[in-house]
Design a protein around this ligand. Structure first.
Ligand SMILES: *Cc1c(COP(=O)(O)O)cnc(C)c1O
Length: 385
């Protein structure tokens, strides 16, 4: 087998932590916890239900929510769909106005466009030069009929962190609901939903060392009775999301979130150290630029644009697995909508790479990657040196 490339794409997905795999497989076989959590009449179902509820507490705990405010979904894409469509449809009246931004994940952008087609006005805010959405920009975009604002906590391409508490205050003062896509933020940014003025928040397990295909939506007090289910059949999850609960996935997400809580500070310090080690080596390359705010960011994700020339990212991909734009856009091969919104042209976008670090990144990985990237630049025309 060929040697695998170095993994620098944790923002696209993470491997499942071995400790998570262990609790996950215990929910599968006949000797395990395989019951249907809805089978409340016998011990198999009751045991599964207990595990599901423990996982709900673990997820709630990481983000300062109450367990009963967590609704299981199939991932952040579904959570985003439920939040936006659910709030829009629960109003029972046509029209109205939603605010989001140009640099959201496609799961928000495409859903917002769907609502636009259905007759709802949508403002797609332009980020500032640092890739941030400011409370002031939100305030200025608010209209009399704005009923929902949806913005991300951490941008998946840039690693920038919006000031969600400050934006939330603006939204709440105007009486609208506030949804936050926290798929990239959970476990990396301290989230406190008991204090933050946020009404809905989306989570995904596979960005935090859990399995793919499981996520959650936080539904706060103000949103109850103001959210319409999108998947019907059996009334699971308080009627908000039907379907037999995937015990193994849910238990795994709970464990992943509990591990993130337990190692929060330690892991952050580790990633900061690795990021510094990487940047020290890469910022020596002439003309390289870090995209997005240098300060308001998580250390895990770095978007770097290399200067004019033949920076051969395709060749580099054989030895380092990174995202050339965003994994979510890679299917279409279009220039990143995030970089275009920041004012980059398509050519600059094509000279941009996203490196994302995580739990299993080593100093050796960092040094090797830095060498490979420097070599890729050195083989470009002379003005690199
Ligand atoms: C990955 C991601 C999603 C989609 O999550 P899935 O669980 O893969 O559906 C949504 N928003 C952001 C910001 C993401 O990074």
């Amino acid at each position: 087998m060929n040697k695998r490339p170095l993994y620098f794409d944790y923002a696209a997905t993470t491997p499942v932590d071995e400790r998570v795999i262990k609790v996950m497989v215990e929910c599968l076989g006949f000797n395990g916890n395989f019951g249907n959590p809805a089978s409340s009449s016998h011990a198999f179902g009751q045991q599964a239900r207990q595990s599901v509820e423990q996982a709900r507490r673990q997820v709630a705990e990481l983000v300062g929510a109450q367990p009963e405010q967590i609704v299981w979904t199939s991932g952040a894409t579904e959570s985003n769909n439920l939040a936006l469509k659910g709030v829009a449809q629960a109003r029972g009246i046509a029209g109205g106005h939603i605010i989001t931004s140009q640099i959201e994940h496609k799961a928000i952008l495409d859903t917002a466009k769907q609502l636009q087609d259905a007759g709802i006005a949508v403002t797609f805010l332009v980020p500032d030069a640092d890739g941030l959405i400011t409370p002031q920009a939100v305030s200025e975009a608010m209209r009399e009929d704005t009923f929902l604002v949806s913005l991300m906590l951490v941008n998946n391409e840039l690693g920038t962190v919006n000031d969600i508490p400050a934006i939330g205050q603006v939204v709440r003062n105007r009486g609208a609901l506030f949804h936050v896509d926290a798929a990239q933020g959970a476990g990396k940014v301290a989230i406190d939903l008991a204090e933050w003025p946020v009404d809905l928040m989306s989570f995904s397990a596979h960005k935090l060392y859990g399995p793919k295909g499981i996520g959650a939506l936080y539904v706060g007090l103000r949103t109850q009775q103001r959210l319409l289910a999108q998947i019907h059949g059996g009334g699971h999850e308080g009627g908000l999301r039907s379907g037999t609960l995937a015990t193994h996935q849910i238990v795994a997400m709970g464990e992943a979130f509990a591990l993130a809580a337990a190692s929060f500070d330690e892991e952050k310090a580790l990633i900061v150290g690795l990021r510094e080690r990487l940047l020290k080596q890469l910022l020596g390359i002439a003309g390289v630029r870090l995209n997005g705010s240098p300060t308001q960011r998580i250390p895990h994700t770095l978007s770097l644009t290399f200067s004019e020339g033949e920076f051969n990212s395709t060749a580099l991909l054989a030895s380092i697995a990174f995202s050339a734009t965003s994994a979510c856009n890679s299917a279409s091969n279009a220039p990143s909508h995030v970089l275009l919104a920041l004012g980059h042209d398509a050519r600059a976008a094509s000279r941009t790479i996203r490196l994302s670090l995580g739990r299993f990144t080593t100093e050796q990985d960092i040094d090797q990657a830095a060498q490979l990237i420097k070599a890729a630049c050195a083989s470009a025309p002379a003005f690199w040196q």
